[in-house]
Structures are given as C-alpha cells and as structure tokens.
Design a binder for this molecule. Structure first.
Ligand code: HEM
Length: 525
C-alpha cells in the first residue's frame, strides 16, 4: 500500500463505507492503481454476472488464494524475537570466529522457539521437545546455532529421522494425534530404538514442559569444533542458560493451560518483551580436546550422549538479550530459515552422523518451504555484513551480480574473488577406511546415561517421570509395546521399571531388553 494521501477523496454513500481521508491512505492495487470501491465486484447492472476484466477483484482473490506456504515439516509451531548477543569473555585463543573476539561487542540475533511434533496451530504446552534456534548476524556471515531445550536426541544417525518424525506425528490413516506422544506408533518405534532411552527419560521428566520459553535452557546438542587463527581445533558443546532460572509446569497444569490458552508460551514472550522485561540467556561452552574425547566412556559424536558438566564445566562467554518483537509474524518468524550448514570461519562441524545429515536436510526443506533458492534474499535471512557472490536469477531474485561478469576468473577485473586468508576452511582431519553402512560400536551403550539422568533426579522428580510414563503408556493399546518399553526401563533402573509396571497393572515384569545392534535385530514380540 502506498503512503499517498488524498484529502479530497470522499465516500460514495452508505454508512459502512470507510474512505481515504486525512489520516487514512488511499488503497491501491499491488502496482499502485488507486481503488475506488473495495465493497463490490464489477458486474452488469445490479444483479448481473461478474466481468472478467475486474482486475481489482481478481488480484485480491488471486493473492488471497496463495497466502499459505507449507508449514515446517517439523517445528511448525514457533515464535520468534530479535535481540543482541554480547561477548563477555574472549575465545580468541580457541576460535578465530569474529563474534568471539572482542569483549563487549554486540551482535544482532534472531531467535525462534518451537515445539517439534505439533502442527502450526497446535497448543504450546505439549509434552514435546522445544526448539531453540539462534541466528547470529556476525561480521563474517550468519551463524545458525539450531538447538533444542534438551541436550541429547532420540536417534544417532540422520537416516532414522523421517521414521522418528513419522512415528511422532499424526498417524497416516486417522490423522491424529498430533503434538502428543501418547500413542502406539510413537512408543512402538521408540521401544524398537533403544538408543532413544536417554532422551525418553528427559522427555518424561519435568524438563519437558517449560513454564515459558523464558525459563528454559538451550543446547547445540552435537559436538562442534572451534578452530583458532593458528588452525588448532578443539571440540565444543554449546549451552544456553536462562538468567530467569528454569521453571516447568506439571502435566495437569499443562492440560488446563492448553485448554484455556493454547497460545500461552507465545503470549508470555510477547508480553514480557512489550513490557520491557527482556529475557536473557548466557551462552556457555564446554571445550575439550581429542585426548578427553578418546578417554570419555561414550563417543562424543553420539548425539544421544551428553558430556557431564562435572567432567567439563560450562564456561560462560556471553549473554543474549531478546528485546524486540517482530514487526510481522509471517515475514520474519515464518520465513526465517535456520540451517546447521550456516557456520562461520572459526566454527566447524564434527563427524556426528546426525549433524552431517542435518546439514543436507535444512537447505533441502527450505527450498520446498520457501519456494525459491533465493530465500536468503528475504531480509530476515540476509546477512547484515557485506556479501558478494556470482549466484544469479531464479524465482524472486532480489540480488544479482552487478556488471558484465557473472563468472570468475575473468579478465574484466570484475566481481568477487576467494580469499585464502579470511575465507572459511574446513578443519583438516585424517579420514580413511572402507565405504560402508555401519554404526560404530562406541555408540552401543544406550542405558548408562539414561540411568545417570534418572538417578540425578530428586524423589519427587522421579515420581513425575513414573507418572508421565504411566500416563503415556496407558494410552497405548498394544500390550506388547508397553511391555517392550518396560523391558528397557529394567535396564535403566529396577525401581523405575517396577513402579511403572505396577501402575500399569502388569502382572509380571517382562525380561530386560537385550541391547540390540539395530532395530532389525530386536525381537518385536
Ligand atoms: C527444524 C530436520 C535434528 C533442531 C527442522 C526442519 C527440518 C529438520 C527439515 C524444518 C526446517 C525448516 O523448514 O525451516 C532435522 C533432521 C534432523 C534434525 C533431518 C536429524 C537428522 C535436530 C536436532 C535438533 C534440531 C538434533 C536440535 C539440536 C531443530 C530446530 C528447528 C528444526 C530448532 C526449528 C528451526 C526454526 O525455528 O525454524 N529440522 N532436524 N533438529 N530443527 Fe531439526
């Protein structure tokens, strides 16, 4: 809509007609033609057929018909806000990343919190993992830390992600449930994937239903690399610690809140920021070297395992403050595209097989969701530092190479060129061996950290885990699935397994599950 004002335009009668005037601008078509009547289609006489030449009507309906884009295949339900990240401790000895150099320097960020399984209109307080995705607009490109509020994940290899999500979302024949874990397919799959047991303990715990986004932690989950100016690499796990503290709600409270206000979490963030009560998180790093990784009893590339903070303390290096809501939900929160592939010099990926798969998936899905390879031209996704490349054209291109040369090398002396010094270089590792589909033996222990987590909980927290498992499993029709879950619980903690079996009315405890190499080796009976 243009900003043109027309003081002389008057209404054409009828009490409900609102016309442009001193304070209201003139409505136009997309290409700026002023509109005289937004109430009636163009027709013959007063009751005759419509005319195809009615461009005002056709443009309006055409555009409305195309308002929807596909929702995210996961994390469809989310809420975003702008803010800044301020570095409080330099990491220049560990990383050459520009964002980690100068204490006191601020970097713009955009954050999107989300649930995973529910569709776009699902309630906020589902028992589900929360996404915690941060886009840092650094001086050397956008760095996306696409994390969750739980430090581990369900699966170890990205090839199982579609199965996990199919099992967690609505069932294909009946179209429900969504945003709840209480159903046969989810527990069927999970109980055939013992690697999920650590994550199951977390999602059945009080950690899973935050009081609001402001009171939850965030984790990068995977092991990443930091690389310093001399090319030396360290491993790193990223953490977000809420300055507000951590608070959760109980399932009974969640059910009531979901009924009374399914937008509870987004409303909370909106209200807090609008009132100037800006939420803050500290960014922490757990940094360790190859020797630690080799000696650690679990594989640091296994995303179902965490590194205990007692073993490697979290070092706080900065603070993020969210201080501005979006101007437009669709333009910013819906169109933002986070990608694990967006890293910057000084930060690198590890060989975590889940992370490697994610690096493909985000770019691929965003092409489908946003409809054009130019989705980084949308302002919320565009870098705020200078950028120059020779990619061109495609749907909705807003940025194209300037001048005659759209290739390099060229002898016109035009266009950007690579910079071996400043440019991103992958950390060089030695990789050799047969090409094969295999899961490392070092990924095989599925129960020890699940047990450690369960035993780290207070009595009341443990009782909430029992209650959650009993509630969820009581919604599962197939007795064999319930028994299979309890057979895993027996490998986690005997009291936990007995309490759940008892409350489910099981007459006899199933045998403990045999740790299986793959779901195919698991006896599903
Ligand atoms: C969103 C894939 C694991 C965090 C998404 C999306 C896809 C995806 C396709 C939708 C992106 C979009 O439409 O913009 C995968 C795959 C995974 C995986 C293939 C494993 C192989 C994880 C893990 C985490 C995570 C382990 C956390 C560490 C997120 C978050 C979002 C997201 C936070 C929402 C981003 C937003 O707010 O827009 N994921 N994901 N994902 N994923 Fe993953």
């Amino acid at each position: 809509m243009t900003k043109r004002k027309n003081k002389n335009l008057t209404g054409n009668g009828g009490e409900t007609h609102q016309t442009a005037g001193d304070d209201l601008e003139v409505m136009t078509t997309q290409v700026g033609m002023p509109i005289s009547d937004d109430q009636n289609t163009l027709k013959i006489a007063t009751r005759g057929p419509h005319l195809l030449e009615d461009q005002v009507f056709r443009e309006k309906l055409f555009h409305f018909d195309h308002e929807r884009i596909p929702e995210r295949v996961v994390h469809a339900r989310g809420y975003g806000a702008h803010g800044t990240f301020e570095l409080t401790e330099s990491l220049s000895d560990l990383s050459r990343a520009d964002i980690f150099q100068r204490v006191g320097e601020k970097t713009d960020v955009f954050v999107r919190f989300s649930t995973v399984a529910g569709n776009k209109g699902s309630p906020d307080l589902a028992r589900d993992v929360r996404g915690f995705a941060v886009k840092f607009y650094t001086k050397e490109g956008n760095w996306d830390l696409v994390g969750n509020n739980i430090p581990v994940f369900f699966i170890q290899d990205a090839i199982k992600f579609p199965d996990l999500i199919h099992a967690a979302k609505q069932e294909p024949d009946r179209g429900f449930p969504q945003a709840q874990t209480a159903h046969d397919n989810f527990w069927d799959f999970i109980s055939l994937m013992p690697e999920a047991m650590h994550m199951v303990m977390w999602i059945m715990s009080d950690r899973t239903i935050p009081r609001s986004f402001r009171f939850m932690e965030g984790f990068g989950v995977h092991t990443f690399r930091l690389v310093n100016a001399k090319g030396k690499s360290s491993f790193v796990k990223f953490h977000w610690k809420p300055k507000q503290g951590m608070q959760s709600v109980l399932w009974d409270e969640a059910v009531k809140i979901n009924g009374a206000d399914p937008d509870f979490h987004r409303r909370d963030l909106w209200d807090a920021i609008q009132m100037g009560n800006y939420p803050q998180w500290d960014l922490g790093v757990q940094v360790f070297d190859e020797d630690f990784a080799d000696a650690f009893p679990f594989d640091v590339l296994d995303a179902t395992k965490l590194i205990p903070e007692e073993a490697v303390p979290v070092r706080i290096v900065g603070t993020m403050t969210l201080n501005r809501m979006v101007d437009n939900f669709f333009a910013e929160t819906e169109q933002v595209a986070f990608q694990t592939g967006n890293i910057v010099p000084g930060i690198d990926h590890s060989n975590d097989p889940l992370l490697q798969g994610r690096n493909f998936s985000y770019l691929d899905t965003q092409l489908k969701r946003l409809g054009s390879p130019n989705f980084n031209h949308i302002p919320i996704n565009a870098a705020k530092c200078p950028f120059a490349h020779l990619q061109q054209d495609g749907h909705m291109a807003m940025y194209n190479p300037v001048g005659r040369a759209n290739y390099e090398p060229n002898s016109h002396g035009l266009g950007p060129r690579e910079d071996p010094e400043r440019g991103f270089r992958s950390y060089e590792t030695e990789e050799a061996g047969p090409k094969q589909r295999v899961r490392s033996e070092s990924f095989a222990d599925h129960y020890s950290q699940a047990r450690q987590f369960y035993l780290s909980q207070t009595d009341i927290e443990q009782s909430h885990i029992v209650d959650a498992l009993v509630f969820e499993l009581s919604k599962v029709d197939a007795e064999a699935i319930r028994a299979r879950v309890v057979s895993h619980l027996r490998n986690i903690d005997a009291d936990l397994a007995e309490a759940v079996a008892d409350d489910l009315g099981m007459e006899k405890l199933p045998e403990p599950a045999t740790p299986a190499k793959s779901p195919i080796d698991t006896d599903p009976s």
